[in-house]
Write a protein of this length. Sequence first.
Lengths: 88, 368
Amino acid sequence: MAMTAAAAAKQQQVSLPIASRRALDDAVKFARGIVERQLLQYHRLDDSLPLPRVHLPRLPIARLMPAHIDVLADALAVAPFVPGEVAG
Amino acid sequence: MTASSPSGTLDSLGSVVNDASLVITCGPGGVGKTTTAAALALAAAHAGRKVIVVTVDPAKRLADTLGIQGGSGGEPVEVVGATMNPKGSLWAQMLDAETTFDRLITERAGDPQRAKAILANPIYRSIAGSLAGAQEYMAIERLHQLVTSGEWDLIVIDTPPSRHAIDLLGAPDRLVSFFSHPVYRVLTVPGRSFARITNAGASTFLWAIRRLAGAKVVEDTVEFFRSLSGMEAGLRQRSAETAKILRRDGTAFVLVSSPRAEAIDEAVHLAGALRTGGFPLMATVINLVHPTPLPLALPPKKLPAGPLADQFALHRDLVALAEDEAREMGTLRTLAGRVPVIEVPLLDDVQDLAGLAALGQYLLQPDE
């Protein structure tokens, strides 16, 4: 998600209206902000609790349903441990 | 649903900040309740009011910002540099169950000897901080102390998470019920009458406790409750007064939630409890709302995998999430009726006074 929508469209040889480019850039910027905040939280967690972590996928939902539990359970079954900074 | 205030009607968070004398934030855990309470308190301090925000368990960085890290010994602490308004000031206090109970016992015991006996009682020592509902009761107790001190223009109470908040609101009434309970009556029968009852084995309760826990525990328990009995009238009066304070003009409940289903479900439950109890709900704040992305033209047909396809997928997820949250919030909006509902978008972590001030401005003027 590092590139702009215009660059991504060019790479995939797709013509993209300017409104769509703006909307995609805006969405990417928002998502990047969330990831940056998460990274800060990871660092804080590592400082106070340096243990391996399991990262589960972010689900774009507000209400968890049984199908989502299945998704999380499947991810949990295969997710690798992410070592904490200190532990790692 | 509105309540009159000294200068009009508490019909927006702006009027709550300017005119209310007591604000109680309540809601599920993890939705920014304490931060919202602190932001409202800071906004009132900026408006030139002397404000205290009372909290139970703030996140570490917020506690640092408010200067109450380490518990502050249960005493109010002035938040340095909170406002440039010479008339305004912001104070913070972190509640500590044992300290509050000890203060209550000391104030209400009547004489120092009695207070000393209660404070030294092993049963009291073991339950003071951990009794079911202790946090809720101490918050209510502290609220009464602050209101009756007349020292503050505005008191902002940040309650424990919602299930406990409902307990909190019922604490004054519950305490009165406790004093009316038959077991309490048996335990506090004075002198020889008590001995006759217990010696005759009339109290199955005490017999069972003695069998389970030993005679010393029973003696301590009985002694504790008997020593409390002299305080009953005062506690009853204080509870009745607090029950009125919670419902009177100038009091405003602010319900805080996030747009996630579990938080909304709890908030809906809590809003119902507030209504049923006759508590004045003045505003609902929904924090951490994902904004709806800008609209997108139709995606190209047969877009192959690649960075652009990833961006379209991300956009689609954000739209779905915003719609999902809007659906959940609709339930609370319907229930809120005429009570203002303020949505606060997912912001950067609020870590300092500047962040609290920005959040406060957002809460008071969400459309600007």
